[in-house]
Unconditional design. Sequence first.
Length: 336
Amino acid sequence: MEYYYSPHIINPKMTMTDIEQTVGELLLGQPPNLPVSQYDILRKKVGESRPAVLNENLTIIVAAVIFNEKEEVVMVQEAKAGCRRKWYLPAGRVNPNETLEEAVKREVLEESGLLFHPSTIIYIDTSLIWGYWIRITYTGYITGGYLKSLANADEESLQAKWCTLDEIKSRQSLTLRGEDIVPIINTAYQFFNKSPSCRHAMILPTHHPHKHMCMRIILIKQKQGSLEILVCTDDVPHLPIVKDSVMYQDSIWRLDKDAFKSSNIYQSCGVIALEHCGRPHGVADGVCLNYLVTTDSNRELVNKKYSWFPICNAELELVIKQRLCKAMNVPYVCYS
Protein backbone atom coordinates (compact mmCIF):
# COMPACT_ATOMS: atom_id res chain seq x y z
CA MET A 1 0.00 0.00 0.00
CA GLU A 2 1.59 3.26 -1.14
CA TYR A 3 1.02 6.36 0.95
CA TYR A 4 3.24 8.94 -0.71
CA TYR A 5 2.01 11.15 -3.50
CA SER A 6 3.75 13.95 -5.32
CA PRO A 7 1.08 16.15 -6.98
CA HIS A 8 1.34 17.86 -10.33
CA ILE A 9 3.27 20.93 -9.22
CA ILE A 10 2.61 24.21 -10.95
CA ASN A 11 5.88 26.09 -11.36
CA PRO A 12 5.65 29.04 -8.90
CA LYS A 13 8.00 31.11 -11.10
CA MET A 14 5.82 31.04 -14.20
CA THR A 15 4.05 34.22 -15.25
CA MET A 16 0.32 34.11 -14.56
CA THR A 17 -2.53 36.52 -14.23
CA ASP A 18 -4.22 36.80 -10.84
CA ILE A 19 -7.13 34.64 -11.99
CA GLU A 20 -4.80 31.99 -13.36
CA GLN A 21 -2.74 32.08 -10.16
CA THR A 22 -5.92 31.57 -8.11
CA VAL A 23 -6.98 28.60 -10.24
CA GLY A 24 -3.49 27.10 -9.99
CA GLU A 25 -3.53 27.38 -6.20
CA LEU A 26 -6.98 25.83 -5.99
CA LEU A 27 -5.89 22.86 -8.09
CA LEU A 28 -3.16 22.26 -5.51
CA GLY A 29 -5.77 22.30 -2.75
CA GLN A 30 -4.78 25.81 -1.65
CA PRO A 31 -7.70 28.28 -1.78
CA PRO A 32 -6.83 31.97 -2.13
CA ASN A 33 -5.81 33.47 1.19
CA LEU A 34 -8.36 36.27 0.93
CA PRO A 35 -11.52 36.90 2.94
CA VAL A 36 -14.81 36.50 1.10
CA SER A 37 -15.82 40.16 0.74
CA GLN A 38 -19.13 39.33 -0.92
CA TYR A 39 -21.31 36.49 -2.15
CA ASP A 40 -22.37 36.56 -5.76
CA ILE A 41 -25.48 34.40 -5.39
CA LEU A 42 -27.69 34.16 -2.30
CA ARG A 43 -29.59 30.94 -1.75
CA LYS A 44 -31.77 32.65 0.85
CA LYS A 45 -33.28 36.11 0.84
CA VAL A 46 -31.54 38.89 2.73
CA GLY A 47 -32.61 38.61 6.36
CA GLU A 48 -33.32 34.87 6.17
CA SER A 49 -29.69 33.79 6.15
CA ARG A 50 -28.18 32.69 9.46
CA PRO A 51 -24.54 31.98 10.27
CA ALA A 52 -23.63 28.29 10.33
CA VAL A 53 -23.29 27.27 13.99
CA LEU A 54 -22.23 23.81 15.10
CA ASN A 55 -24.85 21.90 17.10
CA GLU A 56 -27.53 24.43 16.16
CA ASN A 57 -28.08 24.46 12.40
CA LEU A 58 -24.94 22.63 11.32
CA THR A 59 -23.48 19.18 11.92
CA ILE A 60 -19.99 18.34 10.68
CA ILE A 61 -18.90 14.72 10.89
CA VAL A 62 -15.40 13.41 10.30
CA ALA A 63 -14.50 9.80 9.49
CA ALA A 64 -11.35 7.87 8.64
CA VAL A 65 -10.51 5.00 6.28
CA ILE A 66 -7.16 3.60 7.45
CA PHE A 67 -5.35 0.70 5.80
CA ASN A 68 -2.46 -1.38 7.09
CA GLU A 69 0.21 -3.13 4.99
CA LYS A 70 -2.20 -6.07 4.43
CA GLU A 71 -4.82 -3.71 2.99
CA GLU A 72 -7.06 -4.30 6.00
CA VAL A 73 -9.27 -1.48 7.31
CA VAL A 74 -9.67 -0.27 10.90
CA MET A 75 -13.25 -0.90 12.03
CA VAL A 76 -14.78 -0.10 15.42
CA GLN A 77 -17.61 -1.80 17.27
CA GLU A 78 -20.22 0.71 18.43
CA ALA A 79 -21.10 1.19 22.10
CA LYS A 80 -24.12 3.49 21.65
CA ALA A 81 -27.50 1.95 22.52
CA GLY A 82 -29.02 2.53 19.08
CA CYS A 83 -26.28 0.65 17.21
CA ARG A 84 -24.53 -1.34 19.94
CA ARG A 85 -22.22 -4.16 18.75
CA LYS A 86 -22.47 -3.08 15.11
CA TRP A 87 -19.35 -2.13 13.16
CA TYR A 88 -18.43 1.15 11.48
CA LEU A 89 -15.52 3.33 10.48
CA PRO A 90 -14.03 5.55 13.21
CA ALA A 91 -16.25 8.63 12.96
CA GLY A 92 -17.96 11.33 14.98
CA ARG A 93 -19.04 14.93 15.25
CA VAL A 94 -16.69 17.88 15.16
CA ASN A 95 -16.77 19.82 18.43
CA PRO A 96 -16.98 23.62 18.72
CA ASN A 97 -13.60 25.35 18.38
CA GLU A 98 -12.08 22.26 16.73
CA THR A 99 -10.47 21.97 13.31
CA LEU A 100 -11.36 19.02 11.09
CA GLU A 101 -7.91 17.45 11.53
CA GLU A 102 -8.10 17.78 15.30
CA ALA A 103 -11.54 16.17 15.25
CA VAL A 104 -10.59 13.17 13.10
CA LYS A 105 -7.45 12.49 15.16
CA ARG A 106 -9.51 12.61 18.36
CA GLU A 107 -12.25 10.34 17.01
CA VAL A 108 -9.78 7.72 15.75
CA LEU A 109 -7.96 7.71 19.09
CA GLU A 110 -11.14 7.54 21.18
CA GLU A 111 -12.77 4.80 19.14
CA SER A 112 -9.83 2.65 17.99
CA GLY A 113 -7.02 3.45 20.44
CA LEU A 114 -4.70 4.38 17.53
CA LEU A 115 -2.82 7.59 16.81
CA PHE A 116 -3.76 8.78 13.34
CA HIS A 117 -2.09 11.18 10.93
CA PRO A 118 -4.52 12.38 8.22
CA SER A 119 -2.88 12.79 4.83
CA THR A 120 -5.81 13.69 2.57
CA ILE A 121 -9.56 14.05 2.32
CA ILE A 122 -10.84 11.08 0.34
CA TYR A 123 -14.64 11.52 0.22
CA ILE A 124 -17.28 14.12 1.09
CA ASP A 125 -21.02 13.63 1.45
CA THR A 126 -23.79 15.91 2.63
CA SER A 127 -27.52 16.33 3.09
CA LEU A 128 -30.03 19.08 3.84
CA ILE A 129 -32.64 16.68 5.22
CA TRP A 130 -31.85 17.67 8.82
CA GLY A 131 -30.43 21.11 8.18
CA TYR A 132 -26.80 21.17 7.13
CA TRP A 133 -25.10 17.80 7.60
CA ILE A 134 -21.72 17.27 6.00
CA ARG A 135 -19.22 14.43 6.46
CA ILE A 136 -15.56 14.73 5.54
CA THR A 137 -13.72 11.41 5.34
CA TYR A 138 -9.95 11.22 5.56
CA THR A 139 -7.32 8.62 4.91
CA GLY A 140 -3.79 8.55 6.26
CA TYR A 141 -1.62 6.37 8.43
CA ILE A 142 -1.11 5.19 12.01
CA THR A 143 1.75 6.68 14.04
CA GLY A 144 1.27 4.83 17.34
CA GLY A 145 -1.20 3.68 19.98
CA TYR A 146 -2.74 0.27 20.62
CA LEU A 147 -5.79 -1.30 19.01
CA LYS A 148 -8.65 -1.13 21.51
CA SER A 149 -9.74 -4.47 22.97
CA LEU A 150 -12.94 -5.45 24.79
CA ALA A 151 -11.05 -5.02 28.06
CA ASN A 152 -10.82 -1.28 27.25
CA ALA A 153 -14.44 -0.86 26.15
CA ASP A 154 -15.98 2.49 27.03
CA GLU A 155 -18.79 4.80 25.92
CA GLU A 156 -16.92 5.62 22.70
CA SER A 157 -16.64 2.05 21.39
CA LEU A 158 -16.47 -1.57 22.52
CA GLN A 159 -13.39 -2.59 20.51
CA ALA A 160 -11.56 -2.13 17.22
CA LYS A 161 -10.02 -4.54 14.75
CA TRP A 162 -8.45 -4.78 11.32
CA CYS A 163 -10.91 -6.17 8.76
CA THR A 164 -10.40 -7.35 5.20
CA LEU A 165 -12.45 -5.85 2.39
CA ASP A 166 -14.11 -9.24 1.90
CA GLU A 167 -15.22 -9.32 5.54
CA ILE A 168 -16.74 -5.87 5.24
CA LYS A 169 -18.47 -6.49 1.92
CA SER A 170 -19.75 -9.99 2.76
CA ARG A 171 -21.15 -8.92 6.17
CA GLN A 172 -20.65 -12.54 7.29
CA SER A 173 -18.44 -11.94 10.31
CA LEU A 174 -19.60 -8.47 11.27
CA THR A 175 -22.84 -6.50 11.12
CA LEU A 176 -22.42 -2.99 9.76
CA ARG A 177 -24.07 -0.02 11.39
CA GLY A 178 -24.75 1.38 7.92
CA GLU A 179 -24.16 0.53 4.28
CA ASP A 180 -23.05 4.10 3.58
CA ILE A 181 -19.44 3.34 4.47
CA VAL A 182 -19.00 0.69 1.75
CA PRO A 183 -18.62 3.13 -1.20
CA ILE A 184 -16.33 5.29 0.97
CA ILE A 185 -14.04 2.33 1.70
CA ASN A 186 -14.10 1.33 -1.99
CA THR A 187 -13.10 4.87 -2.99
CA ALA A 188 -10.17 4.88 -0.57
CA TYR A 189 -9.02 1.44 -1.74
CA GLN A 190 -9.14 2.53 -5.39
CA PHE A 191 -7.24 5.71 -4.54
CA PHE A 192 -4.29 3.84 -3.05
CA ASN A 193 -4.22 1.25 -5.81
CA LYS A 194 -3.99 3.76 -8.65
CA SER A 195 -0.80 5.11 -10.07
CA PRO A 196 0.07 8.43 -8.35
CA SER A 197 -0.34 10.20 -11.69
CA CYS A 198 -3.95 8.98 -11.90
CA ARG A 199 -5.30 10.23 -8.58
CA HIS A 200 -5.90 13.58 -6.97
CA ALA A 201 -3.34 15.50 -4.95
CA MET A 202 -3.30 15.28 -1.17
CA ILE A 203 -6.02 17.69 -0.05
CA LEU A 204 -6.26 18.99 3.50
CA PRO A 205 -8.47 21.89 4.64
CA THR A 206 -7.05 25.38 4.68
CA HIS A 207 -7.92 27.19 7.88
CA HIS A 208 -9.85 30.09 6.39
CA PRO A 209 -12.75 31.23 8.58
CA HIS A 210 -16.23 31.20 7.05
CA LYS A 211 -19.36 32.42 8.78
CA HIS A 212 -21.67 30.63 6.33
CA MET A 213 -21.80 27.43 4.34
CA CYS A 214 -20.82 28.30 0.78
CA MET A 215 -19.48 26.96 -2.50
CA ARG A 216 -16.96 28.50 -4.87
CA ILE A 217 -17.67 27.34 -8.43
CA ILE A 218 -14.74 26.79 -10.79
CA LEU A 219 -16.62 26.53 -14.10
CA ILE A 220 -14.44 25.59 -17.06
CA LYS A 221 -15.65 25.86 -20.66
CA GLN A 222 -13.91 23.73 -23.27
CA LYS A 223 -14.02 25.47 -26.62
CA GLN A 224 -12.23 24.05 -29.68
CA GLY A 225 -9.33 22.77 -27.59
CA SER A 226 -8.95 25.95 -25.53
CA LEU A 227 -10.17 26.56 -21.97
CA GLU A 228 -12.06 29.48 -20.49
CA ILE A 229 -13.18 30.01 -16.89
CA LEU A 230 -16.27 31.88 -15.67
CA VAL A 231 -15.34 34.96 -13.66
CA CYS A 232 -17.45 37.43 -11.71
CA THR A 233 -16.24 40.95 -12.48
CA ASP A 234 -18.02 42.75 -9.64
CA ASP A 235 -15.39 44.55 -7.55
CA VAL A 236 -12.11 42.64 -8.04
CA PRO A 237 -12.51 39.84 -10.63
CA HIS A 238 -12.99 36.54 -8.79
CA LEU A 239 -14.52 33.08 -9.05
CA PRO A 240 -18.26 33.09 -8.22
CA ILE A 241 -19.39 32.03 -4.73
CA VAL A 242 -22.85 30.80 -3.73
CA LYS A 243 -23.88 31.59 -0.15
CA ASP A 244 -25.83 29.16 2.06
CA SER A 245 -25.29 26.22 -0.27
CA VAL A 246 -22.88 23.30 -0.40
CA MET A 247 -25.18 21.09 -2.49
CA TYR A 248 -23.43 21.20 -5.84
CA GLN A 249 -26.57 20.57 -7.91
CA ASP A 250 -28.29 23.52 -6.25
CA SER A 251 -25.25 25.79 -6.51
CA ILE A 252 -24.69 25.07 -10.20
CA TRP A 253 -28.39 25.55 -10.95
CA ARG A 254 -28.39 28.94 -9.22
CA LEU A 255 -25.26 30.05 -11.04
CA ASP A 256 -26.82 28.89 -14.30
CA LYS A 257 -29.95 30.99 -13.67
CA ASP A 258 -27.93 34.02 -12.63
CA ALA A 259 -25.40 34.03 -15.45
CA PHE A 260 -26.82 32.48 -18.63
CA LYS A 261 -29.61 33.07 -21.11
CA SER A 262 -30.47 29.37 -21.32
CA SER A 263 -29.50 26.21 -19.46
CA ASN A 264 -26.11 24.62 -19.91
CA ILE A 265 -25.11 20.97 -19.86
CA TYR A 266 -22.52 20.37 -17.16
CA GLN A 267 -20.12 17.65 -16.11
CA SER A 268 -19.34 17.66 -12.40
CA CYS A 269 -15.70 16.87 -11.61
CA GLY A 270 -15.57 17.04 -7.80
CA VAL A 271 -14.07 19.00 -4.92
CA ILE A 272 -10.58 20.40 -5.42
CA ALA A 273 -10.17 22.30 -2.13
CA LEU A 274 -11.96 22.83 1.18
CA GLU A 275 -11.87 25.69 3.68
CA HIS A 276 -12.78 25.45 7.37
CA CYS A 277 -11.38 27.04 10.50
CA GLY A 278 -13.80 26.15 13.30
CA ARG A 279 -12.79 28.86 15.68
CA PRO A 280 -13.99 31.03 17.15
CA HIS A 281 -17.15 28.95 17.50
CA GLY A 282 -20.28 30.65 16.23
CA VAL A 283 -18.58 32.93 13.72
CA ALA A 284 -16.20 30.54 11.90
CA ASP A 285 -18.03 27.20 11.84
CA GLY A 286 -18.89 27.40 8.13
CA VAL A 287 -17.37 25.35 5.33
CA CYS A 288 -16.46 26.55 1.85
CA LEU A 289 -16.20 23.86 -0.82
CA ASN A 290 -14.33 24.62 -4.03
CA TYR A 291 -16.09 22.68 -6.76
CA LEU A 292 -14.82 22.00 -10.27
CA VAL A 293 -17.34 21.67 -13.09
CA THR A 294 -17.03 21.77 -16.86
CA THR A 295 -19.23 22.52 -19.86
CA ASP A 296 -18.74 22.41 -23.60
CA SER A 297 -21.86 24.47 -24.25
CA ASN A 298 -21.49 28.00 -25.56
CA ARG A 299 -24.51 29.64 -23.95
CA GLU A 300 -24.91 33.41 -24.02
CA LEU A 301 -24.18 35.27 -20.79
CA VAL A 302 -27.15 37.38 -19.74
CA ASN A 303 -25.68 38.98 -16.62
CA LYS A 304 -23.04 41.64 -17.28
CA LYS A 305 -21.23 40.89 -14.03
CA TYR A 306 -19.96 37.60 -15.50
CA SER A 307 -17.44 37.01 -18.27
CA TRP A 308 -15.39 34.16 -19.73
CA PHE A 309 -11.68 34.44 -18.96
CA PRO A 310 -9.26 32.59 -21.28
CA ILE A 311 -6.61 30.33 -19.74
CA CYS A 312 -3.45 31.36 -21.58
CA ASN A 313 -0.76 29.65 -19.52
CA ALA A 314 0.10 26.36 -21.23
CA GLU A 315 1.22 24.55 -18.06
CA LEU A 316 -1.90 25.53 -16.16
CA GLU A 317 -4.06 24.49 -19.12
CA LEU A 318 -2.47 21.03 -19.04
CA VAL A 319 -3.11 20.64 -15.30
CA ILE A 320 -6.75 21.74 -15.70
CA LYS A 321 -7.32 19.20 -18.48
CA GLN A 322 -5.92 16.45 -16.25
CA ARG A 323 -8.23 17.48 -13.42
CA LEU A 324 -11.37 17.46 -15.54
CA CYS A 325 -11.42 13.69 -14.99
CA LYS A 326 -13.58 12.79 -11.98
CA ALA A 327 -10.97 10.37 -10.65
CA MET A 328 -8.58 13.31 -10.18
CA ASN A 329 -10.79 15.08 -7.63
CA VAL A 330 -12.42 14.30 -4.30
CA PRO A 331 -15.82 12.61 -4.83
CA TYR A 332 -18.76 14.59 -3.48
CA VAL A 333 -22.14 12.94 -2.89
CA CYS A 334 -25.28 14.93 -2.02
CA TYR A 335 -28.32 13.15 -0.60
CA SER A 336 -31.74 14.65 -1.23
